[in-house]
Design a protein around this ligand. Structure first.
Ligand code: MC0
Length: 142
């Protein structure tokens, strides 16, 4: 079901500072930036590699406010890995299959994600403490 690791989401207080860090230390390149109001984040995708069904990225996440998923995470745990996202061929199919396994779905239906992907989250309490995201890349990227 999982094609690749699509991205690792990293929560940070200052996205510009973290972009500069990854660019200067590792030569990574920002390929997309977006403010996603629904998810309460400002985010940037830094390309790592091309992979089956899409790319593979580091995603930097700065919260739009304290009462957002990333804002609450930063207050509780500080900066660090916020979630792991797996590429899937079809996010609705994946949700049906995973829901049938009794794993709690945060999203019953796909939402808008980075670079026009379709995304859905699985609850960390049913995923060994790891907030897990499913990503279906936008058609032109596949
Ligand atoms: C919270 N918890 C986590 C966690 N966030 N555990 C692992 N990883 C995380 N990222 C744990 C808390 O420590 C707590 O455990 C319990 O879950 C409840 O947390 P809470 O702080 O009370 O918060 P809730 O319950 O209101 O919300 C947690 C939940 C939420 C995961 C349901 O953050 C959510 O819906 N996340 C999905 C959306 C999201 O994260 N969006 C931002 C990225 P204890 O043991 O203390 O009870 S958007 C994105 O990434 C998009 C742009 C994209 O990829 O394209």
């Amino acid at each position: 079901m999982f094609l690749r690791i699509d991205h690792v989401g990293i929560a940070c207080h200052d996205i510009e500072e973290k972009i500069a860090f990854y660019e200067s230390k590792f030569g990574l390149r920002v390929v997309s930036r977006e403010v996603n109001e629904e998810q309460g984040v400002k985010e940037a995708m830094l390309h790592i590699a091309d992979a089956p069904g899409g790319g593979s990225y580091i995603q930097l996440l700065e919260p739009l406010g304290p009462d957002t998923p990333v804002g609450k995470f930063l207050a509780k745990r500080g900066e660090g890995v916020h979630h792991v996202a797996f590429g899937v061929p079809d996010v609705e199919d994946a949700l049906r299959t995973i829901g049938g396994e009794g794993i709690r779905l945060i999203d019953e239906r796909p939402r808008h994600g980075s670079m026009n992907s379709s995304i859905a989250f699985l609850h960390p309490k049913d995923m060994g403490g790891v907030l897990t995201e499913l990503v279906q890349a936008a058609p032109e990227e596949s």
